[in-house]
Write a new protein. Structure first.
Length: 673
């Protein structure tokens, strides 16, 4: 059987989103896209800078608090050391000595050289006994210096006054603050009222923002005193930095460029509108002609055809432009005459009064045409090809006959719209590969036998390969004959055996899915009157759909049941009186029908699979109805779906082969060939 010629590809309309984009492009409505993208980019950069500034400010504030706590610990430790020195001096000081003995104490000399500003001896009555160094005014205004005190006792252990040490907090800060900390922060001491106690780095009285400073109490080392750290130079806001300035300049430039682009696009649109108007005028004039026009280059290739020419020969422009000899509309039996006429015309020998020719339309219908040829010259006067005018001169009766034939063909095509493409694809795509597979299998088997290969498994596999390829070829042939309005080749058949053969064809898929198959066929079932190949195809399609639906179900829950019974009181609608039909059910444990009706499932091109064509169930229903049966879909007891169909009984006895099938109620994947 020769395969059908490939049908030309049909042009699918673009999706609505693409048509909308093309319409906007034709109107020049995309000029604002660069500006919007630039604004979005600028906003994103500004947002990033703002978030980066916040993160940097939080990081600096955390570091500021950490440094403040560290410095506070160092100051407290230093004050504690000075207090310990003073306590040691008070314990070793003899209060019976004269006042001038205070200045000769080694601890006093070391303290004055280190940090102390003065050391005062106060007796038990709070009278000043001595001050070192002399001449220091101990009533100096508070806030300039801090003090430490330690109690004195006489040799008998009675209280004898206090030693009071005054020290400048600014000197304490100079000696305590590390250089790197002073380089980064303004460090000062303030009291509870915010007045500056010590400012060794001359930070002044400026108030730093709370997020750029930190104040920590020095209690109890320095009562009513706070350590304050503030950044030397606050970070500049992000909107004053160079990147955002550059982005602003960039945005201005984009705005200017967008304005120029808009102006240019308006000019282009005006020009395009004028050209489209002119082209529309020319196209309208060409379409209004009833004369077919074609242009060919000097090599004979078609470079232009008008609408009337396409209507005349039945081919679309995309099928003709660029085609060289032989032309698709030349009669196959007159290729030599058409080629000689073509060479004559290319040599400039075409009659000026025209000539008659017979062509064949795309649908195979012959037409008689009158052709007039004229040289095609470009603007420089160079001969670049030939322009032809073609008139249809077929007699009216033949035109009417062609119209009737087209009407009949269109009526048949309307009845089989959803199946036409499938028939062509199956015939063209499957016949030759299946024939090749059958030939190769037979050849390999003969080569194996000639070479002395006697392994029965290999020979059996090659035999099965050829049989399965032949079976597939017969299925394709039967489906094509069915779609071309031929009646199914009915015969008395065993429905159980056809179903079992379908399961065998899917044995590998069932084993891959680890599918548990239940086979429920009672003994003594009668035969049915049907086409075995088509019915096997229906069962094969239903089982394959069930396998696809259960691919996402856990392996332990996958179940498939194929059951055959007489159609009794629960027979399908349209199955007759329930006595003359057999019913086959395919139950699965998949997700089920999910609210879909059988009418929706068998709608052509409707599919629940991402890559499905939506034709399988439609074909199954057409096959069953062609056998005067009924097709239905309901919920399954397994929780999935149940697809069922009925077939009329044949006038004959029961099946003896069913006795063997009944002995095996469960069919496992490994039991299938």
């Amino acid at each position: 059987m020769q395969p059908d010629p490939p049908s030309p590809p049909t042009q699918t309309p673009p999706p609505p989103s693409r048509r909308w984009a093309r319409a906007l492009a034709r109107r020049g409505a995309w000029w604002w896209v660069p500006l919007v993208l630039s604004v979005l980019f600028t906003v994103s950069v500004a947002t990033w800078l703002e978030l980066s500034d916040r993160a940097d400010l939080e990081s600096r504030q955390r570091q500021l608090i950490t440094d403040s706590l560290s410095l506070e610990s160092q100051i407290t430790e230093r004050v504690g050391e000075e207090q310990a020195q003073l306590n040691e001096l008070a314990r070793s000081f003899d209060t019976t000595q004269p006042p001038e003995a205070l200045g000769r104490q080694e601890a006093v000399v070391d303290g004055l050289a280190r940090l102390w500003q003065s050391v005062s001896w106060v007796d038990a009555d709070t009278r000043l006994v001595a001050v070192v160094p002399e001449g220091v005014n101990i009533t100096e205004r508070p806030g300039i210096s801090a003090h430490l005190s330690a109690p004195l006792h006489d040799p008998q252990g009675r209280p004898a006054g206090h030693l009071v040490v005054r020290y400048p907090p600014s000197m304490l800060l100079r000696q305590t603050v590390p250089w790197w900390l002073a380089h980064e922060y303004d460090v000062r001491l303030v009291d509870g009222y915010g007045q500056v106690v010590a400012d060794p780095l001359k930070a002044g009285d400026r108030e730093a923002p709370p997020e750029q400073s930190h104040r920590h109490s020095l209690e109890p080392a320095m009562p009513d005193t706070y350590l304050e750290l503030a950044l030397h130079e606050p970070p500049r806001p992000w909107w004053l930095r160079l990147p955002i300035v550059m982005m602003a300049v960039f945005l201005m430039m984009i705005g200017v460029a967008t304005a120029l682009l808009r102006w240019q696009m308006n000019e282009v649109l005006r020009t395009q509108t004028a050209l489209r108007t002119e082209a529309a005028w020319r196209q309208a004039m060409e379409d209004s002609l009833t004369v077919g026009l074609r242009a060919r280059d000097v090599e004979g290739r078609l470079v232009y055809v008008n609408r009337a020419f396409c209507d005349l020969v039945g081919f679309g422009p995309e099928e003709l432009i660029g085609r060289a000899t032989p032309m698709p509309y030349w009669p196959p039996e007159a290729i030599a005459d058409s080629m000689s006429r073509h060479l004559r015309n290319m040599a400039g020998g075409a009659p000026r009064d025209g000539y008659e020719a017979r062509w064949v339309r795309k649908d195979g219908q012959p037409i008689d045409v009158m052709i007039f040829e004229a040289p095609l010259v470009d603007a420089s006067g160079r001969h670049i090809g030939w322009m032809g005018s073609i008139l249809d001169i077929t007699e009216r009766k033949r035109l009417e006959e062609r119209e009737r034939h087209q009407t009949d063909t269109m009526a048949h095509q309307a009845r089989l719209t959803m199946l036409g493409e499938v028939a062509s694809a199956l015939a063209h795509q499957l016949n030759q590969p299946l024939t090749s597979i059958t030939g190769y299998a037979a050849g390999v088997k003969r080569l194996l036998e000639r070479s002395g290969q006697t392994d029965p498994r290999i020979l059996d596999a090659m035999t099965r390969l050829g049989d399965q390829a032949g079976e597939a070829g017969r299925i394709v042939k039967r489906i094509r004959e069915f779609l071309t309005r031929r009646s199914p080749q009915r015969e008395t058949m065993d429905l159980a055996q056809a179903a079992h053969r379908a399961l065998a064809l899917l044995g590998r898929e069932l084993r891959r899915l680890q599918l548990h198959v239940e086979w429920v066929v009672p003994a003594g079932l009668p035969r049915v009157d049907a086409d075995p190949v088509l019915i096997e195809q229906v069962v094969l399609n239903l089982v394959r759909n069930a396998c696809d639906e259960m691919a996402g179900v856990p392996a332990t829950q996958r179940r498939l049941r194929v059951s055959i019974a007489r159609a009794g009181s629960g027979a399908l609608a349209g199955a007759g009186d329930g006595e003359g039909f057999l019913r086959l059910d395919v139950d699965d444990a998949g997700p089920g029908l999910r609210g879909r009706s059988v009418e929706q499932l068998v709608t052509p091109f409707y599919s629940t699979k991402p890559d499905g064509m939506g034709m399988g169930l439609a074909i199954c229903r057409s096959i069953i109805e062609a056998h005067h049966g009924a097709f239905d879909a309901t919920a399954s007891a397994f929780g999935g779906a149940r697809f069922s169909f009925t077939l009329p009984l044949a006038a004959g006895g029961t099946l003896s082969e069913l006795q063997q099938l009944d002995a095996q109620p469960d069919v496992q994947p490994e039991d299938l060939p």
